[in-house]
Design a protein around this ligand. Structure first.
Ligand code: ZN
Length: 233
């Protein structure tokens, strides 16, 4: 049995995955969330994701009834196979391929495979994620071509018709702010500003108009410029 109008959102507690969650809540009848504990440099993301879910439940009651179980999988094993800035104390830098050293090889593929396995158990075959080709990082496992192949492989490997839905694939950060605002209005925009976490450093002391963060890391810069471009548009 496939629940065609059910979706499982890869939800990290960041701006992008919160926009995807809003997209799912606006377009599906029942929505579950999944997150991964992969030994992030800081546990702030994992803490904020629960806070974001709670605020969505209270501020947006029509969505609260659709919002189902949240799943968190322990993938700390990623620390053992990756030496990178997101999971160690190393500085964030860019390698000769132009990829940030925050890149955990094939991380999104691993996440999607685990999400699909949970989806299989939950009879949910629509997986929704914030993968995006247009952001600065150029992660090859975020490209639509990779995801088409993954969708095919998951569907064959589990003999179920999986769909990987990527609402942010071809839009920039300003459009991500606009998307969330169009779907969830001012209440959702406020939740994103106040509670979603993007900063690589884990800074939640410095409050800007676009939310909390150091303001200097690549993730903060992208979030900031996206917000400014959205407001200016
Ligand atoms: Zn930052």
């Amino acid at each position: 049995m496939n629940n065609h109008n059910f979706a499982l959102v890869l939800f990290s507690g960041g701006q992008d995955s919160t926009a995807c969650l809003a997209y799912a809540l606006a377009n599906f009848d029942k929505v579950e969330t999944i997150g991964f504990d992969y030994g992030q440099r800081h546990s702030i993301e994992l803490e904020q994701r629960l806070i974001v879910l709670e605020h969505i439940r209270t501020a947006l009651p029509s969505w609260a009834t659709k919002l189902g179980e949240d799943h968190v999988l322990d993938l700390k094993i990623l620390r053992d196979i990756s030496d990178c800035a997101l999971t160690s104390k190393a500085e964030i830098a860019f390698d000769k391929n132009g990829l940030p050293n925050t890149f955990v090889p094939a991380r999104n593929l691993l996440f999607l495979n685990f999400a699909a396995a949970v989806g299989y158990r939950r009879a949910i075959h629509n997986l929704i994620g914030g993968m995006c080709e247009t952001d600065f990082s150029g992660y090859p496992d975020c490209r639509r071509k990779t995801l088409d192949a993954t969708e095919h492989s998951l569907s064959l490997g589990m003999a179920q018709d999986f769909k990987i839905i990527t609402p942010l694939m071809y839009i920039d950060k300003a459009a991500t702010w606009a998307l969330a605002s169009d779907i969830g209005g001012e209440k959702l925009t406020q939740i994103i500003i106040e509670h979603t976490h993007t900063c690589y450093i884990g800074d939640r002391e410095h409050r800007h108009v676009w939310g909390y963060g150091c303001g200097e890391c690549p993730a903060c810069k992208l979030r900031k410029s996206g917000y400014e471009n959205w407001v200016a548009a």
